[in-house]
Design a protein around this ligand. Structure first.
Ligand SMILES: O=P(O)(O)O[C@@H]1C[C@H](O)[C@@H](CO)O1
Length: 286
């Protein structure tokens, strides 16, 4: 008989959390921040930093993608205790979905109640420009819909139910607050809201695939975040997420443009300061 898919081990999540508790000193983070590609600079906002490399944390894996530092930070942003993931895990790195979601369960055990996830994404909505921010109001996860769900396998009821609802994944009040912070910083002209399409990567999308995503109601496309959000919502964490539109999605066959990770990182670099101001203001108001 086939054995069930390997999945979260309660013991391992507790082991990681206990290890981090022994390192995080007096920091009591209620807020978890995840830095997207090229957005590790958000970690520079953390004051009185305690830095722990993923490779030193039990059951954590390596972050192998350029623009992802692979370390966890504890400290304060704008006066609030936070834990910050400077780099995330992606399914295309070869990790199972539950490994990608694993740090969210660890955050839950550390006392986190709100997660702010950021990512780099391609703009599908023709009204979006490179450099825009998009508060995520919902996602379509193609890996999730086709079985690559972090909750697949044995369900640990101590974290959440077998069949969790996902219709209210991106907290409405937090989205409003995030947009209000952008307004106060004079960023209304670059602030959008929309649907994030999660694809598996690592290849970027074909023109036909992007046209499909547009028809399905997608505004931006990226290779992360959904597995983290599903894991976070399952265990009752509130989520707010923001994409930085790092590149235009090419929807026309006669275009001579292309997309590459260097462009993604370059746009992130150009917008890093604005993203940092926005995140800092938002966290200050939580
Ligand atoms: O971790 P994020 O989602 O910010 O990174 C995006 C998706 C791929 O990892 C990479 C593609 O350029 O950037």
């Amino acid at each position: 008989m086939a054995s069930p898919a390997e999945t979260y081990s309660t013991e391992k999540v507790h082991e990681s959390a206990n290890f981090l508790k022994s390192k995080m000193g007096s920091v009591k983070p209620k807020i978890g921040v995840i830095c997207g590609s090229g957005l590790s600079g958000l970690g520079e906002l953390v004051e009185n930093k305690i830095i722990i490399k993923y490779t030193d944390i039990p059951s954590f894996v390596e972050s192998t993608v350029p623009g992802h530092k692979g370390q966890m930070l504890f400290g304060q942003i704008n006066g609030k205790d936070v834990v910050c993931m400077q780099g995330r895990f992606h399914p295309y790195e070869g990790y199972p979905a539950w490994v990608v979601g694993f740090p969210l369960r660890v955050m839950k055990l550390l006392g986190v109640d709100t997660v702010l996830a950021t990512n780099a994404a391609g703009g599908i909505n023709p009204d979006f420009k490179v450099g825009d921010f998009m508060v995520i109001k919902d996602h379509i996860s193609f890996p999730g819909l086709s079985g690559f769900n972090p909750l697949r396998g044995h369900n640990d009821e101590s974290f959440g139910p077998r069949f969790p609802a996902m219709n209210d994944s991106y907290d409405k009040k937090l989205r409003t607050l995030f947009k209000q912070c952008a307004s106060e910083l004079g960023l209304d002209n670059i602030m959008r809201e929309g649907v994030y399409c999660n694809v598996a990567g690592p290849s970027y999308e074909t023109i036909a695939e992007l046209r499909l995503l547009l028809k399905l109601g997608g505004d931006a496309v990226g290779m992360s975040t959904a597995q983290e959000v599903v894991t976070a919502r399952h265990c009752g964490l509130k989520v707010v997420a923001c994409s930085l539109i790092t590149n235009e999605c090419i929807l026309e066959y006669d275009s001579n443009k292309t997309v590459c990770h260097e462009e993604v990182l370059e746009t992130s670099k150009q917008r890093a300061q604005k993203m940092e101001s926005l995140v800092s203001k938002f966290i200050g108001k939580l």
